[in-house]
Design a protein around this ligand. Sequence first.
Ligand SMILES: Nc1ncnc2c1ncn2[C@@H]1O[C@H](COP(=O)(O)OP(=O)(O)OP(=O)(O)O)[C@@H](O)[C@H]1O
Ligand SMILES: [Mg+2]
Length: 244
Amino acid sequence: MISIRGLTKRFGDKAVLDNIDLDIASGERVVIIGPSGTGKSTLLRCLNFLDRPDAGQISIGDLTVDAARARKGEILALRRRTGFVFQNYALFANKTAKENIMEALVTVQRLPREDAAKRALAILSETGLADKADSYPAALSGGQQQRVGIGRAMALDARLMLFDEPTSALDPEWVGEVLDLMRRVAEQKQTMLIVTHEMQFAREIADRVLFMEGGRIVEAGTPAEIFEAPRDARLQRFLSRVGR
Ligand SMILES: Nc1ncnc2c1ncn2[C@@H]1O[C@H](COP(=O)(O)OP(=O)(O)OP(=O)(O)O)[C@@H](O)[C@H]1O
Ligand SMILES: [Mg+2]
């Protein structure tokens, strides 16, 4: 169970996250949609302190971190419970696919290198990339790089996986394989919080969809409620713009 209370983030005097409350059940798949600049990425980044929230509490299982007085050890513990998949993959260019996955296992999970290497190879075969273990990112397609990015988050065995527009930097030909891998992650009952502009995929994978605007969750519901019967005028406008 994940619980977020009063999460607030300001850049200058602008509240980018405005007192967000959100509960996510274990195994639940929550998709966030909304216009550009409304705080979707900031919300994900604040959940593992890539951006430091100004206020609020984040609980993952029995760990509760209060933004106002979070210490280094607590932040590390929170990061151990979350895996992050970035829009631009964020792989180390000078490390192979295998080493990219090992890196987090060694630094965050403190696994011995040998165990980390074994785990990285197992994950690479799960993602269909066993034969790319020793390839550097520059030698991989965008889709393959993002599958390594997802593999890196999978390897951490995190309680919560955060995906920030994992397909939006990809050429259209690679989107399908990345969404397929996310479907497989979902089948493992992994708790997922996904920001995406892929509305069809959102409908298909989400247990619950959140519409964000101006740093707030303006509307939340099942895919049917959000896409077939949107209530808020801002959500209606958004959907007519992006298509459903
Ligand atoms: N490091 C920063 N410094 C100052 N302002 C920032 C910073 N990061 C984000 N912002 C601002 O916070 C607001 C929310 O940004 P965020 O990236 O969370 O939006 P988003 O909903 O993810 O948008 P997009 O759909 O374009 O990715 C924007 O107005 C952005 O300019
Ligand atoms: Mg964003």
